[in-house]
Design a protein around this ligand. Structure first.
Ligand code: MG
Length: 283
């Protein structure tokens, strides 16, 4: 069975604390990058020590930026990732710092792959027209972060959801970087109304280098309004079939549960516990 994981946070992002990940008994985490002021060498050393003590390894470090809002689909398109032109250069610079911090967190004992943990992000709304200027600009920004990471053997994972799989494939081809892959989130495909998740997963195939196990129900106006995120097993993702497609595409990495309701920590822990049971039962 593939190793299980959860999304964890230090001081930024909506994941569980590391001690909760430990209580849940998972061996891997996706980690939300901490705030800039916390990305010090002293904090990196302390966090590496804590990971070693708990026997937990990081499989991806996810970047987030001030000013991002997932309030609704148009706001997400306007504010998230490297798409907004006004903040692109500044965010790209910060993304490089986050990638550097991810490397500082990564040792043989603390990184799932043993080397520099990949950096993941919502690149933002990739224009669906590959001939548009916006498309070319996001390609250039993505190439820049890939080229920053490549000399260190570090990968970049793009979170799915804001575009159909075909557009993402076109985007990956345009970027043309060996260290660029996909973090597949089946629920995002539903939430954003960008296509049935399982055919999309199959279509993305070998580009998939990490996954989020998250569930959701379709909106009655897909692509215009959000679908609804649900506890794992209660939404429209068929997780048995999801695992079968992962087998088919040869994905053997961690299954990382994402359930972001930190305002209700007891419910968050209980629901992640049930999700772990479900994934274990599906083998
Ligand atoms: Mg996700």
């Amino acid at each position: 069975m593939r190793p299980l994981g959860v999304f964890a946070s230090i001081d930024a992002g909506l994941g569980v604390r590391l001690d909760v990940a430990h209580e849940l008994g998972v061996p891997t985490v996706h980690l939300h990058s901490p705030h800039r002021a916390s990305r010090t060498e002293a904090n990196a050393a302390a966090f590496r020590g804590r990971l070693e003590e708990l026997g937990i390894k990081i499989s991806v470090v996810f970047a987030g930026f001030d000013g991002e809002s997932y309030a609704d689909i148009p706001t997400t398109q306007r504010t998230v990732g490297l798409f907004p032109p006004a903040t692109r250069a500044e965010r790209l610079a910060e993304l490089k710092e986050i990638a550097d911090f991810a490397r500082r967190l990564s040792t043989e004992a603390t990184s799932y792959i043993g080397g520099p943990a990949p950096v993941g992000l919502h690149v933002g709304f990739v224009p669906h027209d590959a001939d548009s200027e916006g498309f070319a600009q996001i390609v250039a920004a993505t190439q820049a972060i890939c080229d920053h990471c490549a000399p260190h053997g570090q990968a970049v994972h793009l979170e799915t959801g804001q575009e159909p799989a075909g557009v993402l494939l076109e985007f990956l081809a345009a970027c043309d970087r060996q260290n660029l892959g996909v973090n597949f989130d089946p629920a995002n495909m539903i939430l954003y109304g960008c296509g049935e998740p399982l055919p999309a997963l199959e279509q993305l195939g070998g580009h998939v280098r990490s996954v989020h196990c998250k569930d959701a129900k379709w909106s009655d106006r897909p692509g215009e309004t959000w679908g609804e995120e649900t506890p794992l097993g209660q939404g429209d993702v068929d997780f048995k079939a999801f695992l079968d497609v992962l087998d088919k595409i040869g994905y053997q990495g961690p299954l990382t549960i994402e359930r972001e309701i930190p305002q209700e920590p007891d419910r968050q822990k209980a629901e992640i516990g049930s999700a772990l049971e479900l994934l274990r039962s599906l083998g």
